[in-house]
Design a protein around this ligand. Structure first.
Ligand SMILES: NC(=O)c1ccc[n+]([C@@H]2O[C@H](COP(=O)([O-])OP(=O)(O)OC[C@H]3O[C@@H](n4cnc5c(N)ncnc54)[C@H](O)[C@@H]3O)[C@@H](O)[C@H]2O)c1
Ligand SMILES: C[C@@H](O)[C@H](N)C(=O)O
Length: 368
């Protein structure tokens, strides 16, 4: 799914034009802070009371669910959803929504100032499969957009969360229980842009005290929202098709093992991490995960509920090559140790929940 973002009418800020769109006080060269000053700056950044939250790219697979969780926690009016797409009615009427294009720094500044934003959760991105099909778009949104977001967050002293991904690892990373710190040489523009995100965010934290926080998500599985063009999309689509037609054609090989997580766990991890005291962190970018499975194993679990379910395979070489370069499982023990991360959904709970949410009156559900 492509977004209408890099057409001729949308401004893409080159580095040289960045300062010209900012208020004059932005333009002075920033003084180098010592790490001690940076830590002080970071501590003073957390304001007392409820945060005022901006979610960029909020109409994708994850943003609407995230807004809903954060609104329950902080109040409807304190969480502003944004995107470059037009929101559907149920989203528009569920809470504040604004247009925000991460390629337009001036627009981002206005949204942050006008809404007194204190936390930004930056979800705009072009995912792995779409990124390989349109490298200039992915480079613009994932790298130029990131630079704008970082500078606005630094200027307005925001707490900044940006998700990274298993795609930030590559074929030379350890593939089994990949640790937080290991070789990262991804072979997709998506992965390259996410390694850049991790490093730039950590650098801004060290250099300027920006309260940057980052989780490497695995493939995320949701019932109420469609994925945006990634390699793990099959694990969402399979549930729709199993319930609708009882069959599914998978674009990855049956034995392709990837780390995955149910949406509720993913969003809960994000909120928990955002609220955790920075003092509990031993780093700023953590792996988080819940389970790992192959299409074959997922299909077997679905068949326990939908006995007539039939999976066939027509491999998409582009997606398969990406999947083959990613970890089969993640080691997230440091997230569990440092700030108490714990997942709730393993494969059986995921499948029961997804099928029930799709309105499937499954055998297991009936038995219970
Ligand atoms: N969904 C997953 O399985 C998964 C896994 C790991 C990491 N992540 C990360 O989580 C974040 C959200 O993922 P998602 O699945 O919701 O993505 P998505 O592709 O579904 O949504 C991305 C959103 O970004 C918006 N966007 C594109 N260009 C924009 C621009 N110039 N300005 C503002 N918005 C723009 C799109 O309109 C879209 O609504 C991304 O950073 C992604 O890398 C997602
Ligand atoms: C894994 C994640 O980053 C995304 N779902 C993708 O496949 O591109």
């Amino acid at each position: 799914m492509l977004s209408p973002v890099v057409g001729g009418t949308v401004r893409t800020l080159a580095c040289s034009s960045w300062t010209s769109v900012l208020p004059v006080r932005f333009r002075s060269a920033s003084r180098l802070q010592s790490p001690a000053e940076a830590r002080f700056h970071s501590a003073s950044a957390s304001e007392a009371g409820c945060p005022r939250v901006l979610i960029t790219g909020g109409l994708g697979q994850l943003g609407v669910g995230l807004a809903s969780l954060l609104r329950k926690r902080f109040g409807k009016d304190n969480v502003i959803l944004s995107d470059v797409k037009k929101p559907p009615s149920h989203v528009f009427y569920s809470g504040p929504f604004v247009y925000a294009n991460v390629l337009d720094a001036q627009n981002l500044c206005e949204v942050v100032v006008n809404n007194r934003i204190t936390w930004m959760l930056h979800y705009s991105a072009v995912l792995s499969a779409v990124g390989e099909a349109n490298v200039p778009l992915a480079r613009a949104v994932n790298i130029t957009g990131l630079h704008n977001v970082l500078d606005v967050a630094k200027e307005y002293n925001l707490r900044l969360f940006i998700p990274s991904t298993i795609g930030a690892f590559g074929p030379t990373s350890p593939r089994n229980r990949t640790p937080d710190l290991s070789v990262q040489r991804p072979r997709t523009i998506y992965g390259v842009s996410k390694v850049h995100t991790e490093l730039m965010g950590e650098y801004y934290n060290y250099r300027y005290g920006l309260d940057f926080r980052c989780l490497r998500y695995p493939g995320v599985i949701s019932a109420n929202s469609q994925p945006g063009g990634g390699t793990t999309d099959y694990a969402v689509q399979i549930f729709h098709d199993a319930v609708k037609s009882g069959k599914f054609e998978c674009n990855l090989r049956p034995s392709t093992r990837l780390p995955m997580m149910y949406m509720d766990d993913c969003l809960r991890a994000t909120l928990q991490f955002m609220e955790a005291p920075a003092e509990s962190f031993s780093m700023r970018t953590y792996n988080v995960t819940a389970m790992s499975f192959t299409p074959e194993e997922l299909a077997q679990e679905i068949a326990k509920h939908v006995p007539e379910f039939c999976i066939t395979y027509r491999v998409d070489p582009a997606r398969q090559a990406i999947a083959d370069s990613w970890p089969t499982s993640l080691d997230d023990s440091l997230a569990r140790r440092d700030w108490g991360w714990k997942h709730n959904f393993d494969l059986p709970e995921l499948v029961t929940t997804m099928l029930n949410l799709h309105g499937c009156d499954t055998r297991v559900a009936r038995a219970n």
